[in-house]
Ligand binder design. Structure first.
Ligand code: CP
Length: 330
């Protein structure tokens, strides 16, 4: 098959693919066509945020509950705004002020939310598999907003959306993920998405945080930062996930910053058109120098902007939406 025919066939698959899943639990279980369908649907939603009245009635009458049992700034607010833009009713569950504090189980909590006729429950939890557990007994759609070190599917979707927007493609690109890979759900979801879409993925960081077992997924592993970043089209930086580490994986933050942090000097040894990405929250001066985070190659805030369109697309699809749509201006 020629490259032109391949692109035509992929476009045709997106046109004909439809969403059949009740939940979005991870990218490992999604097909290439399903990932492309979400990205295509997100494209059609992005324009809505540029309108004077940023709302469409796609989820009118639906109830979306943000069940965040771990802290979040970007994901929680982005899902809340996405649901509001689709005219859903949105409830933000506050774990600290909830009956979880009185010993109620996650299962009972979720069943009570469903008894209030929730259509979608978006869950972030420190335990791997918490969204999958809920999805097994809830009729409501469950969206994984990050479970332990396992997956963070909408983060990876907004990352590949941003890469595609900036580079025009994913296939054939060299993507380096630099930092604490072992404890990162962002890394795992990115690896699934990037490899499925045809990118080459290199992982780099301290050996204690980047085990060679990731090679079995199809990634290249190196502990030499200059080797990892030299040919990269994208460098995606990860913070140290202190909240998930039970013992110290490296001698000091200062040493980590010196050996693995992306400094201006290191950036000078990369391709001139490399994109710098970070899922946030950033630890400035550790994995990324401020001048790099705020520099012209960084697309970190554009990732956040694109997250809104991606989450609108996911909410729309799990609620029965059939794919890219055109909504009349509100
Ligand atoms: N990227 C990300 O998940 O950020 P939050 O923890 O702020 O949601």
């Amino acid at each position: 098959m020629t490259m032109a025919n391949g692109i035509k066939a992929a476009k045709e698959m997106v046109r004909t693919a439809s969403w059949t899943k009740k939940d979005l639990l991870g990218l490992r279980e999604l097909s290439v066509e399903e990932i492309r369908l979400i990205l295509k649907t997100a494209e059609s939603f992005r324009e809505i945020s540029l309108r004077p009245i940023k709302k469409v009635p796609a989820l009118r009458g639906k109830t979306v509950i943000n069940l965040f049992i771990e802290p979040s700034t970007r994901t929680r607010i982005s899902f809340e705004l996405a649901a509001q833009r689709l005219t859903a009713d949105v409830i933000n569950f506050s774990a600290e002020a909830s009956s979880l504090k009185k010993g109620e189980t996650l299962k009972d909590t979720a069943r009570n939310l469903e008894a209030l006729n929730a259509d979608v429950i978006i869950i972030r939890h420190s335990a791997t598999g918490a969204p999958h557990f809920l999805a097994r007994f809830l009729a409501a759609s469950v969206i994984n907003a990050g479970d332990g070190a396992h997956e963070h599917p909408t983060q990876a979707l907004l990352d590949v959306f941003t890469i595609r927007e900036k580079k025009g493609r994913i296939e054939g690109l060299n993507v380096t993920i630099l930092g604490d890979v072992l404890f990162s759900r962002v890394a795992r979801s990115n690896i699934w998405a990037l490899l499925k879409l045809g990118a080459r993925v290199t992982l780099c960081g301290p050996a204690t945080l980047v085990p060679r077992v990731f090679e079995q997924m199809g990634c290249r592993v190196t502990y030499d930062v200059d080797d990892a970043i030299r040919d990269a089209d994208i460098i995606n930086l990860l913070r140290i996930q202190h909240e998930r580490q039970r013992k110290t994986a490296f001698p000091s933050i200062g040493e980590y910053a010196g050996l693995f942090g992306l400094s201006k000097a290191r950036l000078a040894r990369t391709k001139p058109d490399v994109l710098i990405m970070h899922p946030g929250p950033m630890n400035r001066g550790v994995e990324i120098e401020s001048s790099v985070a705020d520099g012209e190659r960084a697309v970190i805030l554009e990732q956040v902007t694109n997250g809104l369109a991606v989450r609108m697309a996911v909410l729309y699809l799990v609620n029965g939406g059939k794919g890219p749509q055109e909504f009349a201006a509100g």
